[in-house]
Design a protein around this ligand. Structure first.
Ligand code: ATP
Length: 354
């Protein structure tokens, strides 16, 4: 078993609180994604697991063993850092084998492991080259291979695909998922991109300002965000969040006015609506906007609307045809897809009632 457990972990840098009492379990052999805006503490948390940072308070356990004070080389953790540097004077083979060499592995064992990860990442043909001969995407693959070369029970990847173009990222995401399944280890992965978050995660932890504001299986967090930050960060395209007010038993926000169940009378709220939950007009709550931009995703179109000054994004199937710019577009929303959050605290208050 290699559950990773953070127990009440805090870290300050001077007066800046980077992590504030984080408690989180990354279950054994599951792929856990940490998502959150820049500066929310993802890297610091991962660097603590690797052993490059020490918590001011709290403990870190791997497979039930306290590793809080264990030196990095003695932790069963492989690491792909956010900004990687390959050694320019070493070949790809030597770069990938470097962490194993540091850990004192014998040469035949290193050769075997390097061959294995190179095959998993389809970079066998690059093994004898030096980094200056590689493209950006190839370098990234080598960095990932180096992080995965250790025989570890836990792998930590800190936003490893950042900066790559869309096509390359998509391919590497697929490869990494397969790889994770094949290695059968526990993965922790920081992602700053919502598509990457959704594609990679089995388990999810949403961080904001050094705290975990939501955690759980990805499907559960998506269906019940429970918090405005989780709604904003988990979903692609990003969810709409409209400022509004709860008054007289109904919420009014942008083009919507709908009855709600719950307690929040008189409150300033944010109404969350996922673009994919806006459907054909005629059902539930209907609204209309003017088309300002259409983005083609292939089978789907992302349609940007202006609803009386309130921007709103909806999804349309491409087979329905692209709406014209400047044209009106009506749409319908099931009341239960309108999620209401407290604008001050971000906490969920309720949903639209039928
Ligand atoms: N060595 C350090 N010295 C001072 N402050 C630091 C240090 N490392 C991190 N911080 C601060 O801690 C906070 C959390 O940083 P962290 O790098 O973990 O964020 P992140 O969520 O990984 O962001 P990004 O997505 O930009 O990588 C930030 O405010 C950052 O400035």
């Amino acid at each position: 078993m290699a559950d990773v457990v953070f127990e009440g972990v805090s870290r300050r840098y001077g007066s800046k609180v980077a992590l504030d009492g984080v408690s989180l379990t990354a279950p054994d052999r599951r792929f856990t994604v940490l998502c959150g805006p820049p500066g929310s503490g993802k890297s610091v948390l991962l660097r603590m697991l690797v052993g490059l940072e020490t918590p001011d308070e709290g403990r870190i356990l791997i497979g039930g063993q306290d590793v809080t004070d264990t030196p990095p080389a003695q932790r069963p953790v492989g690491y792909v850092p956010q900004s990687f540097a390959l050694y320019p004077h070493l070949t790809v083979r030597q770069n990938i084998g470097y962490p194993l060499k540091l850990a004192g592995a014998p040469a035949p064992r290193i050769a075997e492991q390097v061959g294995r990860v190179a095959e998993l990442l389809s970079i066998q043909h690059l093994l004898d080259k030096t980094p200056d001969l590689l493209s950006g995407g190839e370098k990234q693959r080598v960095a990932v291979a180096r992080g995965l070369s250790r025989e570890a029970r836990v792998f930590v990847l800190d936003d490893p695909l950042v900066g790559l173009d869309y096509k390359l990222r998509e391919r590497l995401m697929g490869d990494l998922k397969l790889l994770a399944a094949e290695l059968g280890a526990t993965f922790l992965y920081a992602a700053s991109d919502p598509l990457e978050t959704l594609t990679m995660a089995q388990e999810l932890a949403v961080l904001e300002r050094g705290r975990v504001v939501r955690k759980g299986p990805v499907e559960q967090v998506y269906a019940e965000p429970g918090n405005e930050a989780a709604m904003r960060l988990v979903g692609f395209p990003r969810a709409n969040l409209l400022p509004g007010r709860w008054q007289g038993g109904a919420v009014e926000a942008g083009p919507f006015r709908f009855p709600v169940a719950g307690r929040g009378e008189g409150q300033e709220v944010l109404v969350g609506l996922r673009p994919e939950d806006a459907g054909a007009p005629g059902r539930g709550v209907t609204a209309q906007g003017t088309v300002t931009l259409v983005e083609d995703l292939g089978a789907e179109l992302v349609v940007y609307l202006d609803c009386g000054g309130q921007p709103l994004t909806v999804i349309r199937l491409a087979e329905e045809g692209a709406p014209g710019l400047g044209q009106p577009l009506a749409f319908g929303v099931s009341p239960s897809d309108l999620l209401v959050f407290d604008r001050r605290t971000g906490d969920a208050l309720g949903r639209g009632a039928a």
